[in-house]
Design a binder for this molecule. Sequence first.
Ligand SMILES: Cc1ncc(COP(=O)(O)O)c(C=O)c1O
Length: 372
Amino acid sequence: MTTGSGSDYVVQMQPWLGEEEKKAVVDYLDSGGWLTEFRRTREFEQALAAYIGARHVSVVMNGTVSLFAALAALGVGVGDEVIVPDLTMIASANAVLLTGATPRFVDIDRATLCLDLAEAERRITPRTKAIMLVSFNGRAPDMDRAVALARDRGVLLVEDAAQALGSRWRGKHLGTFGAVGSFSFSSPKVITTGQGGALVTDDDALIAAIRKIKDFGRLRDGVDEHIALGYNFKFTDLQAVIGLAQMTKLDWRVQRKKELFALYRSELANVPEVTFVETNLSETSPWFIDVLVPDPATLRQFLHERGIGSRPFYPPIHTQAPYREPGSFPETERASRQGLWLPSSSFLEDRTVRRICDEIRAFYRGGPRTSA
Ligand SMILES: Cc1ncc(COP(=O)(O)O)c(C=O)c1O
């Protein structure tokens, strides 16, 4: 349902690639580059580092292996536990499992939809090696408290900031608070390279370990001597030139996401069934427009029949096949049950948002209404 069928179907999300990306790819191909990771990848990493405000950036194949590489570089493995919020994209938990460690799911805080820090503190055990904080839709908990919790309890803070490019907490970019932050450039993200992920850290030794893990554990670039266990998580210059072109549009997109969220919020302000999560738009650039409604499946079908795509929130991870376990996660269950992502492309026009909101009003009031 999210992709729709007709050409004027309003999809929930789509990447936005334009003439700049096309030209960048053609120019790159004309340059005789090898496609593989080289100079253009370094430029993309530098552009990201400057934007995010991190000392080091290493880009990899996607935001799942980036999380795995981060955890592996930090020494997380068999016998360790990692605290993961129960509401997240499943990759957050899968990356933990990939290292051989065990994810321990913790409920979210209703105010932010991010990890409940008080509950996380209660769930720390002697085996807890790290807390994975997920910036759900660009929001964050009290990051001073998260940093202090990790420091005081001697655990690592890893930030899954896949949904948070362009979002900050008290002026500091998300992904830069813990030992390492991870980003994703999959197609629905704020900027995309088709697939792609990035790790950010200020730690020289950690970035060296990450770079080894992503390149077969090589001693040096191009040298077949292996001083650690590594894999091939490398990026490509072909993706990097697209990423660099996308970066030139990032400021605008971040701003546009904020405007779209504000427009939806004001258009739907008088619909009591629709709840918005408190969002400080001076810092948060919502990746998706998220609302909580009593009956997302019925609303979704109604919108679909009117040519509008939407997407339900993730299910609680503890209910999914690889992890099925009992537990009490009332806030995650509530958000999963009620959450719906509305059309969120940064190039949606205001009049389309108004039409979507008219339809939502019609759904709840039994007939189309004009907006105030
Ligand atoms: C919170 C979160 N973590 C991890 C990922 C995984 O990223 P990727 O799809 O690039 O592997 C995603 C992707 O949507 C995500 O939203």
